[in-house]
Write a protein that binds this ligand. Structure first.
Ligand SMILES: [Fe+2]
Length: 282
């Protein structure tokens, strides 16, 4: 087996290459990939052109796979593959995808540990917009001045889909606005996540509505500043998709968002998810 990893930026991202495509499916590959995802946050496999079956095999080998969104897939044969598209003929809830234009973590408002990783295969690359950006909340936390780290200790934020969709709420047709905004649970999470291995990341993004026990304006300003801090170029990465690109990222230590794109580009991603092994803990 020969898989190679090359750093994209100092604090985030590795580009993956391989001698033989079958190397990626070898049993020892899953362990190497999982470790590298945790270390580098984002792995890019250029133009790998996975089938759904292959993507599920890799997902499960690193895995285990989980189903993050219950939906009816029109084109995919497997319910564990979610099609990220603005085409309402395929995705009956395009508003949910519009919410991805804003920094977020996946699966932070459901009643299970947040997914360890999200995996995307690009089926149709947009020629304009639609890049995905990633920001490492491990690196961003590590880079905070000590007094700011101390100020975050013990703080908790309240997360909801309603908060994450608030920038687009007015664009959701009124007849099903309340139903869409009511998706998921309202969850409290510590702002700083101390993982089982002792590393620390931040649980931030537009799902974070306010900070428990803090005035709403002061709490929101703090959340916004932390988002901006994590999104600075040193800790973030923008991926311009080519058809067939496959990307895995550590959802427990990163926020992500899509650069806005138009439905007419046909942008289509196939998404799978790997279950989280640990709940958010202070
Ligand atoms: Fe997402």
């Amino acid at each position: 087996m020969a898989i190679h990893f090359e750093n994209i930026k100092e604090h985030i991202g590795s580009r993956v290459s391989w001698d033989d495509r079958s190397d990626l499916f070898a049993p020892e590959a899953a362990k190497a990939i999982r470790e590298k995802v945790a270390e580098r946050t984002v792995l890019v496999f250029p133009e790998l052109n996975l089938t759904d079956e292959e993507q599920l095999a890799i997902t499960n080998a690193i895995g285990p796979k989980m189903r993050l969104t219950n939906t009816t897939n029109v084109q995919s044969n497997d319910e564990d593959v979610y099609q990220v598209t603005l085409d309402e003929k395929i995705n009956p809830q395009p508003e949910y995808v519009l919410g991805t234009f804003f920094w977020h973590m996946d699966g932070i408002t459901v009643d299970m540990p947040p997914p360890f990783a999200t995996l995307l295969s690009c089926r149709i690359a947009p020629d304009k917009g639609g890049e995905t950006e990633f920001a490492s909340t491990y690196a961003a936390y590590a880079g905070l001045p000590e007094d700011e780290k101390q100020a975050l200790e013990g703080l908790k934020a309240v997360h909801s889909v309603r908060a994450s969709l608030s920038p687009i709420a007015d664009a959701i047709p009124e007849k099903h606005r309340e139903r869409v905004l009511g998706i998921g649970l309202v969850k409290e999470h510590p702002l700083v996540w101390t993982h089982d291995d002792g590393r620390k990341s931040m649980v931030i993004g537009t799902t974070a509505d306010h900070i428990v026990g803090m005035d709403i304006p002061a709490g929101r300003a703090m959340l916004m500043r932390l988002q901006e801090w994590a999104a600075q170029p040193a800790y973030s990465l923008r991926h311009k998709w080519k058809k067939g690109d496959f990307v895995i990222w550590d959802n427990t230590g990163a926020m992500h968002r899509a650069i806005p794109y138009d439905k007419s580009t046909g942008r289509m991603m196939h998404r799978t998810s790997i279950a989280g092994a640990e709940a958010v803990a202070a």
